[in-house]
Design a protein around this ligand. Structure first.
Ligand code: NAD
Ligand code: MG
Length: 385
């Protein structure tokens, strides 16, 4: 068996996935790319497979299987398709770390399989912890599996905690850029277009998270993600808007001391740290220059206008399947907004309506998440028609 670290990237054709491939390519003596997977983008998956030579690829879209299989025939790469295959490939003995870079609820099942197989998780797919944070973290503890955050805010908190794991956290501050509509009134938000919502000021990301950033749902999802990753009470988590996205988040300890992690916004850094922890590898990424940022500013988020943030706190307090229902509603709402079937403000309205009209199952088992997700999607779909 290779002494290199075997990596599986779920969602290699996305924003995080493609950047992860760049990181892995930079350290060929350290990483061994075992598996890459995509939902539908078979052309890019084929191109990536030919270039990076993984052992195995999985295409989610069964219609594209034949095309991918034939294209990679000569390269001696195993090709599979569908959700079951996704769950099986993460279990391979050659895989050490699974980077979950697929988007949405689809990440839940393969993540469970990876944890059950004892694989280290580099977690980008925040929706998995939003949907089933208690279940996932309990399973990881039972299996002795580490979950390393890829999300930049959570990586920042994690980096601040290195060397401090025995010191209790008093509080964390998750920073938020505020998105493209920072400072907008409710009236102004009535007019915003899809194109405006897709223009994030500081980060280039997949469409779903870009819209989530504009509605502040992303920060709400990150609050819940932080609760589970760092075992916090809701009152220990605060959100502060920091438009420059240089301070990636902060931890406050019980002596009042605060630690922050800073740097230019570049997802390759948190991706790399999750894959190389506890080591830091030398990079050529551009360095932060104070003279280019004479002012780093901080302000409170406008919770009356961006209602998704409070909604996230609300479901976090409700526990059970409430966050799962919110996540499902939001996935449906964002997809409908991307298809220009609903307006920007209707995203949060739909989310609130689903949370208020869903049964909250406490102490859920896996099947309860499946049920809550499916019911919320169905109800949200009916409200959009
Ligand atoms: P993306 O849309 O760019 O890529 C998603 C990837 O998942 C693609 O490879 C796609 O083919 C695959 N995929 C989508 N649906 C699938 C399905 N049903 N089954 C199998 N594969 C599927 O998304 P992204 O921006 O890279 O985000 C990925 C995850 O990382 C999300 O959970 C997001 O919240 C999180 N994240 C992203 C960023 C970022 O900078 N992009 C930052 C922090 C966290
Ligand atoms: Mg983030």
């Amino acid at each position: 068996m290779s002494t290199k670290k075997g990596i599986a990237i779920l969602g290699s054709t996305g924003s995080i996935g493609t950047q992860a491939l760049e990181v892995i390519e930079s350290y060929p003596e350290y990483f061994d790319l075992q598996v890459i997977t995509a939902g539908k983008n078979s052309d890019l998956l084929i191109e990536q497979a030919k270039k990076h030579k993984p052992n195995t690829v999985v295409i989610g879209d069964e219609m594209a299987y034949k095309k991918v299989k034939e294209a990679l025939w000569e390269d001696n790469i195993h090709v599979y398709c569908g959700e079951e295959a996704l769950c099986q490939v993460v279990e391979s003995t050659e895989v050490h770390t699974v980077l979950t870079a697929l988007v949405g609820y689809a990440g839940l099942k393969p993540t469970i399989h990876a944890i059950e197989a004892g694989k280290t998780i580099a977690l980008a797919n925040k929706e998995t912890l939003v949907v089933a944070g208690e279940f996932i973290t309990k399973l990881a503890r039972e299996r002795g599996v580490n979950i390393y955050p890829v999300d930049s805010e959570h990586s920042a908190i994690f980096q601040c905690l290195v060397g401090e794991f025995h010191n209790p956290i008093e509080k964390i501050y998750l920073t938020a850029s505020g998105g493209p509509f920072r400072g907008f009134s409710y009236e102004q938000l009535k007019q915003v277009s899809l194109a405006q919502a897709l223009k994030h000021p500081n980060w280039s990301m997949g469409a779903k998270i870009t819209i989530d950033s504009a509605t502040l749902m992303n920060k709400g999802l990150e609050v819940i993600e932080a609760k589970w990753l760092f075992n916090l009470k809701p009152e220990q988590i605060d959100v502060i808007v920091h438009p420059q996205s240089i301070v990636h988040s902060l931890v406050q300890f019980e002596d009042g001391s605060m630690k922050a992690q800073m740097g230019l916004p570049d997802m390759k850094l948190p991706i790399q740290f999750a894959l190389t922890y506890p080591n830091r590898f030398k990079t050529e990424f551009p360095r932060f220059n104070f003279m280019n940022y004479p002012n780093l500013t901080f302000e409170a988020p406008d919770r009356t206008v961006f209602k998704n943030l409070d909604l996230a706190f609300k479901v976090m307090n409700m526990q059970g399947t409430a966050a799962c229902s919110l996540n499902a509603a939001n996935e449906v709402a964002v997809a409908a907004f991307l298809e220009e079937k609903i307006s920007f403000l209707e995203i949060a309205q739909l989310n609130e309506s689903i949370v208020n009209n869903s049964t909250n199952k406490l102490n859920p088992v896996y099947e309860d998440f499946v049920m809550a997700d499916s019911l919320a999607r169905q109800k949200a779909g009916e409200l959009i028609k």
